[in-house]
Ligand binder design. Structure first.
Ligand SMILES: [Mn+2]
Length: 288
């Protein structure tokens, strides 16, 4: 990554003062409990973006036309509570949800999402959150922290009751017991594979007009995105996810998005970060 230059753009297309899309890297892995390395996710995604076409093969547009600028990364804080405050105040300072520009946040672990949702919910009355993930992340706390990555969606529920969870295939008995209503609104990876059209209808039923999207890269099958902390079998594929994303982005008002939990595996295995960068390109294309 060289400065603000994502997708290897000419200088006039990556100026943070004028770009229509702002990329905020948040390299944070303070509460990680298994495989580490998501702190290196944002830089790895930006690095491989150089290799991508600027022309979208599906909608036949140059998705970089409105400009895409990467902002300086937020340096990691010492505690999860400080990290929450740091992300929240940075997002407020950039005025992300009033600037007329589209923010895309790159994690980092999933605990980066709740402070962003808090800022978005303060700007949009009746905001809903659409989560693509293998895990429900509904524990009230995990390993002693209420700000753990495993509690990310429980903390999101502190700021909005409208949460739709897609691609889920792992949750605990505690989550099932404590959040039965929310669990009943989950669209599992199996449901989507069996009937994607019916699943899409159910997703729309749970969303309000303004939607914030959070992507955990582990929503994809681990064969497609092996670089992640907890690779759950039975995930969704590229065609399913881009189909859902396109339908949702062209029907709802998407106010911003994040993409978390990418771990670069190193060496020549760049599959996961390449997929992540392509997903960023698709988010931009579909919200153009
Ligand atoms: Mn997950």
């Amino acid at each position: 990554m060289n400065g603000n230059n994502f997708f290897n753009l000419p200088v006039e297309r990556c100026d943070p003062k004028t770009a229509g899309y702002l990329i905020l890297p948040i390299p944070y892995e303070g509460t990680v409990c298994f495989l580490s390395g998501t702190i290196k996710g944002p830089e790895a995604i930006l690095a491989v973006s150089d290799q991508m076409e600027h022309f979208d093969e599906e909608l036949l547009i140059d998705f970089t036309q409105h400009g895409i600028a990467a902002l300086p990364p937020i340096p990691p804080a010492d505690t999860p509570e400080e990290e929450f405050e740091r992300i929240y105040s940075t997002v407020k300072q950039y005025n992300f949800f009033h600037s007329g520009r589209f923010p895309i946040i790159l994690g980092g672990e999933h605990s980066v999402t709740p402070p962003i949702v808090r800022a978005a919910a303060e700007s949009y009355e009746n905001l809903s959150v659409l989560q693509f993930d293998a895990h429900a992340d509904l524990r009230d706390s995990y390993t002693g922290s209420r700000y753990s990555h495993a509690s990310a969606m429980r903390r999101v529920l502190d700021w909005t009751p409208h949460l739709v969870q897609v691609g889920i295939r792992s949750f605990s008995e505690e989550e099932y017991r404590d959040c039965p209503e929310q669990i009943s609104r989950i669209l599992t990876a199996k449901m989507i594979t069996e009937n994607i059209h019916e699943s899409l209808d159910r997703i729309f039923c749970g969303l309000t007009e303004h939607v914030y999207i959070t992507f955990d890269i582990d929503v994809f099958d681990p064969s497609l995105a092996p670089g992640t902390g907890t690779p759950e079998p039975g995930g969704l594929n590229w065609q399913q996810i881009t189909y859902l994303l396109r339908k949702i982005c062209t029907t709802k008002k998407i106010v911003g998005a994040d993409l978390v939990e990418t771990i670069p595996l190193g060496g020549q295995n760049i599959i996961t970060e390449f997929l992540a960068a392509r997903l960023v390109a698709k988010i931009i294309t579909y919200t153009f």
